[in-house]
Design a protein around this ligand. Structure first.
Ligand code: SF4
Length: 528
């Protein structure tokens, strides 16, 4: 299906917009690293970059690392942009800058696919996944790269089979500057949680790459300098259980072959706890983290949001089962649900204590367009378009109560003593269950040792000497040092530092209560 017969050569500038501070981007950790500047390389834009005709010249700029310059725009013949709703203003800003150089600007990705009307100034809207719309866009740019007279909307009707996806153009990105490397095996999710836009955007029958594609992508990531962790960005790693079972032996083989240099992470529904055969293979493949959208410990709330599958095993039991296979659970939590009561915040804090989950992304409910939640709230006249609020939902509880409750939860859950106690529990009862790794030559490279030393220096100075929670830090650090666990010391400190600093800003009202909220984002939009 890939466009053939194109002879013209084009220069395409792919620009990924900045995202603002959020709980899940770990930017407070970056100063402790050896030069990390951004969270994850954008799969979508790098995929499109790889799909363009091989003889076209492509430049990729991630504005989280550096802004696109005058020289970049002067070089280009057209600009491609992709991103999520939270980057909407930044994407429109890139379009404005492209137009200042009279360049055609095209936008694709999840945000424009759900809400084309958010992007009135772009010349081309690419709605949907990689497919016939992409071929159409490429053909049009090959024919004439100048700006069309009016906006052209291209909608994918025929999606490209994922087995035909090229490897994303990781070589265009400075992979070492990212906190995590990313990879995608499947797209879509069979469930229909009320608040989620994934099934609507990507379908309920997950589409798949082949295991061979994944191991080839992992090889490419290694060649491009990835070290540390690779995150499977699949909406639900067990959305198609058979596919997960098919892939895992290949990952185990790949890890053995490459000396276990990568720690793996993914997102999956909590009912993965019912699949010991999958968990065992994940342990062997050295998966160390699973993000589970637990959302709430309240069964009535789970029922109301159509997330009953979270109750297939009691939640705490599910978390502990996953822990027994050496994997730490990261949990998504939502506050502001219709089922919330005045005491929900306290119940949530009790759950944090009981589950011993260190990292919970606690957000206020936000209605995303094209979700069942959006439709219901629209019908009930409960959507509020006000950028001064942290959510577009008219909560049943008073707004100030919900936001204050969120702030209190952030403040208490991420007190350094509490957070490090939860991490210590993970060290003792989760990490201890991990595969004992053979000391491989690939891990003991000079580059890895140097990287570790730089991070240790930064951690000891910025947290151990200058940090105001240094007492708590040293208690944990000395215990790790006594066990010779330098890697555990570094990885926990990086995450903990971000959580502590972010939560302080959040409880002080300087961070948004929702990853989707536009409040506080305006000031940080321009990349220049
Ligand atoms: S299980 Fe996760 S990805 Fe699937 S619909 Fe629910 S929230 Fe979305």
């Amino acid at each position: 299906m890939r466009v053939v017969g194109i002879e013209t050569v084009r220069r395409i500038l792919c620009v990924f917009p900045r995202y603002t501070s959020s709980f899940g981007t770990f930017e407070y950790s970056y100063p402790l690293t050896d030069g990390v500047q951004a969270f994850m390389p954008p799969q979508g834009l790098l995929l499109i970059a790889a799909y363009l005709p091989a003889h076209w010249q492509v430049r990729f700029i991630d504005e989280n690392i550096r802004p696109a310059t005058t020289e970049d725009f002067e070089w280009a013949e057209a600009v491609l942009v992709s991103g999520m709703h939270i980057q909407r203003q930044q994407m429109n800003d890139i379009c404005r800058r492209a137009h200042a150089f009279d360049l055609a600007a095209a936008i694709g990705g999840p945000s424009v696919s759900a809400c084309p009307d958010y992007y009135p100034s772009f010349d081309y809207l690419h709605v949907g996944e990689l497919g016939d719309a992409t071929d159409d866009l490429i053909t049009r740019l090959a024919h004439d790269p100048s700006r069309p007279e009016r906006q052209v909307v291209l909608k994918t009707a025929d999606r490209l089979d994922m087995t035909k996806f090229p490897i994303p153009a990781y070589e265009l990105a400075d992979i070492k500057r990212y906190f995590l490397a990313s990879i995608q095996y499947s797209s879509g999710c069979p469930y229909q949680c009320e608040f989620c836009d994934i099934p609507g955007l990507y379908g309920r029958n997950p589409r798949l790459k082949t295991p061979r594609q994944i191991t080839a992508e992992l090889d490419r990531l290694l060649e491009c300098g990835a070290t540390g962790s690779v995150y499977f960005v699949d909406d639900n790693f067990i959305g198609n259980r058979k596919a997960a079972v098919d892939l895992l032996p290949h990952l185990v083989e790949w890890q053995k072959k490459t000396g276990y240099v990568m720690r793996l992470a993914c997102e999956a529904t909590l009912n993965i706890a019912k699949r010991p055969e999958i968990l065992e293979k994940m342990r062997e493949a050295f998966f160390v983290t699973i993000f589970c959208g637990i959302e709430t410990p309240d069964p009535d709330a789970l029922k109301a949001m159509q997330k009953d599958h979270n109750m297939m095993v009691p939640i705490l039991e599910g978390v502990h089962t996953i822990n027994r296979y050496g994997m730490e659970v990261v949990s998504g939590i939502i506050m502001g649900l219709d089922t919330d009561k005045p005491e929900t915040g306290n119940a949530l804090l009790a759950f944090v204590d009981e589950s011993r989950i260190p990292l919970l992304t606690i957000n206020l409910l936000q209605a995303l367009p094209k979700t069942p939640l959006w439709n219901r709230l629209e019908r009930d006249n409960r959507l509020i378009d006000d950028e001064n609020r942290d959510s577009n939902v008219d909560f049943l509880l008073p707004y100030d109560h919900v936001v204050n409750s969120w702030r209190k939860c952030m403040e208490i859950a991420y007190q350094p003593e509490k957070l490090y106690a939860r991490f210590q529990h993970q060290v003792d009862f989760t990490y201890a269950n991990r595969l004992p790794l053979p000391a491989s030559a690939q891990q003991r490279t000079w580059a890895n040792i140097k990287r570790g030393l730089i991070m240790l220096r930064n951690i000891f100075w910025k947290v151990g000497v200058l940090g105001d929670y240094r007492k708590v830090f040293w208690k944990f650090a000395l215990s790790r040092l006594r066990h010779g666990d330098i890697e555990g010391l570094i990885s926990v400190t990086l995450i903990a530092h971000h959580l502590i600093m972010f939560a302080r800003a959040a409880s002080g009202g300087q961070q948004n209560a929702s990853n989707y909220s536009l409040r506080l984002r305006e000031a940080s939009v321009p990349a220049e």
